[in-house]
Design a protein. Sequence first.
Length: 261
Amino acid sequence: NACHCDVNLASKVTVLCHESGRPVNWRETSDLNWCSARHFLLSHMPSFDLHFLPGAVSVEGSSMLDDNIAFALMAWNASKLRPRPPAKLAFAYLLPYATQHEARSNWRPLFFAKYFALAAELGTSRSIVDALVGNGVQLMNWTNFRWHDFGGKATGNVYELGPFAPGSSPPVVAPADVLSYGYSSCTGWAKFLTSALKAVGVPAREVGTPCWNTGDFAGLARDNPNVSACWQGGVRGQIAGGKYLNNHNWVEYWDTEDGTW
C-alpha cells in the first residue's frame, strides 16, 4: 500500500511511482524492491499490456503483474547466489514476465513452486543450471517436482516433457505453451529454461540466430544473397520455409563466478 504508481497513457507513456510519499526511480535504486520493480515494469512493458494482463492468482493484486513481482522478489531475496548478480541485470533479465510478444500467462508462481527448492541451497548460477539440466535434464520431469506437503502417491502420475522436436515451435512461444504441448524445438526449450532460471533467481535471456553461417548460408549478406533470404524466412514471393528456416535459439545466463554472460 505504500507504493503508488501513476501511468499516463499519452502518446509517450510516462510512469511516476512514489513510496511513502517519496519518488521512486528504478535507475536510482541499488536493489530490487516492490516499488522499484513496479516502476521498471510499468516503464518498459508494451502499451497493450498496460491495458490488460491476466488476473493475479496468488496475491491480492490487480493482475499477474503483482504475482510476477512478488515471486521475482521471493526468489531474489531467498537466493544464496554469491556474489549477488548486479541489480541492473536483475531488473532487465530476471524481473520481466515476457521477452517477446508471446501470449501472456502467469507462469512465474508455478515455476517458482516447482523449481526453487532445487536451487535454494546453491551458491553459484552454474550449479543451478547444472541442477536443472543435469541428471537427464531433470527439469523436464514435471510431475517429479512437488510441494513438500503433497500427499499424492499415484505412481501413474507422470508427465515427462520432451522430446526435442526440431521445427515444431513457432518463432514466438510462451513457457506455458511448452508445458501444454509437452514438446518443442530449440525455440520453446530456450524459453522454458530461461523462465525456469528467472523463476529461481538467476538472470537469463534467450538468444539466437535467424541463420546458421554454414552451407548455402555461409559468409556475409553482401556476398551471399541466401543470407538475406534466410533472415526473411525465404525468398519473398517464391520460396518460403524449408531450408530457409535455418535458425537456432539457446540460453545465456549470468555466471556469478566469472561475472559475465
